[in-house]
Design a protein around this ligand. Structure first.
Ligand SMILES: Cc1ncc(COP(=O)(O)O)c(C=O)c1O
Length: 431
């Protein structure tokens, strides 16, 4: 067992300062064993905690670190920008440079607005959709997460397609009622909602690669169907690509599945580990945003030059030839031995993956919808997580979270982690 004494001490102290001792709930390790690790340092694919334990990291700050920790190119971009000041609240060259890079390399983005988080990007995209269509209701899918936006922090009530029931205290029922929740992969349910509310649907929002409740990969045909329906019912299609943007290829899921959304939201990778989000679309749609249009949106630190420089350094690296192929190959190399072990031992699990995202699902069958995840099986993840930490592998502390492979993972890291996962699974399943 690794020692977590120093982390435990810091965590006890943190509980005096922060609700639950953390600044974002999943960090509190509530669904796995032990106290959260306090991370002191990261370099490449490795992190070190306050007790000096070293881990190969597949959480990668929940996705932004596609180049790994403390990447020299990003640090250099930050250093050379920060020497001239940290924030001006006025336009800066760095905003143009990052925007140009994205717009020149992404077919569906003609104009973009930078914000400071994924939540802010989604919140603004929803307002934009309402402002542009003059309609109110939003359709979202059960199992997709879009940040802690009031109207989207909702789950389905009982029934196939229902008005949202808020999943957090502090959200008025009337806000939740503006959102209609439907299951993924159920065209029939969606059709019903569209027929019933066709005059008042502003947008359908989806994580085109749903990666916040396991990895609930959808068929391309379902995403194409959403496009068709949005055209038919005159509402907007929002792809929330906060995770998949710049990860499933530079053009994210929109490019991969060749489906055109009206608005795309970004976060995570776009800021290279600094707080950046964004939303964008066609000239026409984005012309609704203030000061050009009537949809108000603003931010003191939006387009922060230091964060823009980090984002640019990251996205430039993503554009180098073979970047995404290398990531996909590494991910295959990681999961193949685990899959072989699972198959040979007929374990009740499978690994679902796409590009450099993977998820350990405790199910024999492909999991495509939230209700197909068996919460009771998460006890396996709890054991697995502890076994992995003891073997020097760090994955996000919840079985509903996905793992990420970065450019910094070497073949040696991958092979070590893969063996550690097999050894950990032997303990979990007594093999
Ligand atoms: C798909 C998606 N949308 C929105 C968000 C919210 O982003 P942030 O945590 O930066 O507010 C997340 C965060 O995990 C996300 O995965």
């Amino acid at each position: 067992m690794i020692s977590r004494a120093e982390s435990a001490k810091l965590y006890d102290e943190a509980k005096h300062y922060f609700p639950g001792g953390v600044n974002s709930p999943v960090r509190a390790f509530r669904s796995v064993e032990g106290t959260p690790l306090f991370i002191k340092k990261g370099k490449g694919a490795r992190i070190w905690d306050a007790d000096g334990n070293e881990f190969i990291d597949f959480c990668c700050s929940w996705g932004p670190l596609i180049l790994g920790h403390a990447h020299e190119g990003i640090l250099e971009a930050i250093r050379s920008t920060i020497d001239n000041g940290t924030s001006f609240g006025a336009p800066s060259l760095q905003e143009n440079e990052l925007a140009k890079l994205i717009i020149n390399n992404h077919r569906h983005i003609q104009k973009i607005r930078f914000v400071s988080s994924g939540t802010e990007a989604v919140m603004s995209a929803i307002r934009l959709a309402r402002g542009a269509t003059g309609k109110n209701k939003i359709i979202k899918f059960e199992g997709c997460y879009h940040g802690h936006v009031d109207a989207l922090l909702v789950k389905a009530g009982s029934g196939l397609a229902t008005f949202g029931v808020s999943t957090s205290a502090g959200i008025p029922e009337s806000f939740a009622a503006e959102t209609i929740v439907v299951p993924l992969n159920e065209p029939f349910a969606l059709e019903q909602v569209l027929e019933e509310h066709h005059n008042d649907i502003a947008a359908i929002i989806i994580e085109p690669i749903p990666a916040n409740n396991g990895l609930l990969l959808q068929n391309k045909s379902f995403l194409q169907y959403l496009r068709t329906k949005c055209d038919e019912f005159d509402c907007l299609l929002i792809f929330d690509e906060v995770i998949s943007g710049f990860r499933a290829g530079f053009e994210g899921a929109a490019g991969k599945y060749d489906v055109r959304p009206d608005i795309i939201t970004f976060g995570k990778i776009i800021g290279g580990g600094m707080p950046v989000g964004a939303f964008g679309g066609s000239h026409e749609i984005m012309s609704n945003i203030s000061p050009d249009g009537q949809v108000y949106q603003a931010g003191t630190l939006s387009g922060n030059p230091v964060a823009m420089a980090a984002g640019r350094a990251t996205l430039e690296a993503c554009l180098t030839p073979g970047f995404y192929d290398r990531l996909a190959q590494k991910t295959d190399r990681l999961i193949k031995p685990i899959q072989d072990f699972v198959k040979a031992n007929e374990l009740p699990m499978r690994i679902q993956s796409i590009d450099s995202i993977f998820w350990l699902a405790f199910s024999h069958k492909r999991v495509m919808t939230a209700d197909h995840i068996d919460a009771d099986k998460m006890v396996n993840f709890k054991k697995l997580h502890a076994e992995l930490l003891n073997r020097g592998v760090y994955v996000g502390p919840s079985g509903y979270e996905v793992g990420f492979v970065s450019e910094a993972h070497t073949e040696e890291d991958i092979d070590m982690a893969s063996s550690a996962m097999v050894e950990a699974l032997k303990v979990v399943f007594n093999k």
